[in-house]
Write a protein that binds this ligand. Structure first.
Ligand SMILES: Cc1cc2nc3c(=O)[nH]c(=O)nc-3n(C[C@H](O)[C@H](O)[C@H](O)COP(=O)(O)OP(=O)(O)OC[C@H]3O[C@@H](n4cnc5c(N)ncnc54)[C@H](O)[C@@H]3O)c2cc1C
Length: 459
């Protein structure tokens, strides 16, 4: 809209600087998202120009060729992308081209939010309260029905040449599960607001039901804006007036502001993409072990709720938030593997892989981030399973070999008497693994490692 308001033709551009950090699942999503974006621009008599290469050089060349006087793009919060943005801006401004960086993917101007001491917030609730005290985010503009076009479009690469293609067999399933693109995003939001939001506060912690919006990848790829989600949710709340609607909408919008908080932290503390926010954790004595990491990645730890989550991730490119917390806690506390190893696996396999949200999530669980769960609060995977998957439906869905295990033992099959396991057709160690660690012993070991780190800090 900003480009349209300036007058003259608008040239939509996507530049792919092949980034090895973008993994298979994200590549799959991006390829589809771009295809749909191309179609959406065609529908408004425009054309998405796709190029690959160094973004500042490509933009300069395009600007020269088309005599463009201004370039607009959306602000990034990722440290590497911020450097790229800065390089682009410098080059374009030096060439006399007007640049405007918009804040379209966030609700608030995160760079400006500071506490009374003039430093960034590190606790969510005051951040949330501060956001609520601001003028609400402006409503998104209506999509244009026509975009002022050039008489001759510059050359555009085919999306197929960008190297985003991933193995066909694996992606077949994904085609059935996800609808990348703006249309898919709007459908997902509508489906959530029309049918699920009422139950969100109650169902959002139950991984066996589809109680959340599944908007994360759409938000990450910019297919829907947080402002649209915010305004549609509020409009829905005002028009529906069902009991509990206000509470449900607020619970959901609070999650959208957690996303703001994660991006806010990455913006103000860019080093946290790889290093803990709480510096003392850089001396934590992790016990790197490729075998244990592999068992966790494959969903073969012997703890059903952990394994179900890891298998859901592998099969669908998504994992329920409650289960993300459980599997992350298990990796960093029960297995003492560095949170960075888990974060890297998530970045590799999640459709919604997002540096800000992922870093925040992992550091929160590991106890080394902002407003983090205290390190000594160690999830017991069996109790978590019993609480949030009380009938074992989620576990049975993702671990068919346990499907006949009775509810009483579904989260701790190693405690089941042999005759029950035989009846359920399970031989532990053969059909399903024995636990890779004993949780009680692992918990003590984790607390010991934490105490040692804390003592070293005081020295
Ligand atoms: C270890 C760990 C890693 C995570 N990695 C990612 C990641 O790479 N990408 C990602 O988008 N989310 C990540 N999350 C946050 C959260 O799990 C997902 O956003 C959520 O499960 C997505 O499902 P949904 O869209 O149905 O969520 P909903 O419950 O419908 O929430 C709506 C939106 O709010 C935002 N949101 C919700 N919870 C969080 C949160 N805890 N932190 C930040 N934003 C949140 C998301 O954008 C989400 O789409 C991670 C959480 C943990 C514990």
């Amino acid at each position: 809209m900003a480009a349209m308001d300036r007058g003259g033709p608008v040239i939509p551009v996507f530049i792919w600087e092949d980034d090895p950090a973008v993994a298979s699942m994200s590549r799959w999503w991006l390829a589809r998202s771009l295809k749909n974006l191309q179609r959406d621009f065609l529908a408004i008599k425009s054309c998405l120009i796709v190029r690959k290469g160094d973004a500042s050089e490509v933009l300069m060349a395009l600007a020269r060729k088309t005599k463009a006087g201004a370039v607009f793009w959306d602000k990034s919060f990722e440290p590497a992308q911020r450097k790229v943005d800065e390089a682009i801006r410098e080059k374009l401004v030096r060439a006399g081209i007007f640049c405007e960086v918009l804040n379209d993917s966030m609700l608030f101007d995160l760079a400006r939010i500071l506490n009374k001491q003039g430093t960034p917030y590190k606790v969510f609730t005051p951040f949330w309260n501060y956001c609520l005290s601001l003028e609400g985010p402006s409503a998104p503009a209506k999509s244009p029905v026509k975009l002022p076009a050039l008489s001759r479009w510059p050359h555009s690469e085919a999306i197929e040449t960008l190297g985003l293609k991933v193995r066909a067999k694996w992606t077949e399933k994904m085609e059935l599960l996800w609808k990348p693109g703006a249309q898919g995003a709007s459908v997902a939001l509508r489906k959530f607001l029309d049918g699920k939001i009422d139950d969100y506060p109650r169902e959002r912690d139950r991984p066996s039901v589809e109680g959340t919006s599944k908007l994360s990848a759409h938000l990450h790829f910019g297919e829907i804006s947080a402002r649209k989600v915010w305004h549609e949710t509020r409009k829905n709340m005002a028009s529906e007036r069902r009991p509990g609607m206000m509470r449900a909408s607020e619970a959901f919008l609070r999650q959208i502001v957690w996303r703001e908080f994660a991006h806010y932290l990455l913006y103000h503390f860019p080093e946290t993409a790889t290093a803990p926010l709480r510096k003392e954790f850089s001396k934590f004595s992790w016990r790197k072990d490729a075998r244990l990491l592999g068992a966790w990645q494959k969903g073969k730890t012997g703890y059903p709720i952990v394994d179900a989550g890891m298998r859901e991730l592998w099969a669908t490119g998504w994992m329920h938030n409650r289960v993300r917390m459980i599997v992350a806690s298990f990796l960093v506390k029960d297995l003492l593997q560095p949170w960075q190893a888990g974060a890297a696996w998530f970045m590799d396999t999640l459709a919604d892989a997002d540096l800000a949200n992922n870093t925040f999530g992992w550091q929160w669980v590991a106890g080394c981030g902002a407003d983090a769960a205290p390190y000594f609060r160690i999830f017991n995977p069996t109790l978590q399973g019993e609480k949030f998957d009380s009938q074992g439906d989620y576990v049975r869905r993702w671990i068919p070999e346990l499907s006949k295990v009775p509810v009483r033992f579904i989260h701790n099959p190693w405690l089941a008497p042999p005759e029950i396991l035989t009846k359920a057709g399970v031989q532990l160690g053969e059909d399903y693994p024995e636990p890779v660690v004993d949780h009680d012993a692992a918990r003590k070991r984790a607390l010991f490692a934490y105490d040692r780190m804390a003592k070293n800090r005081r020295k």
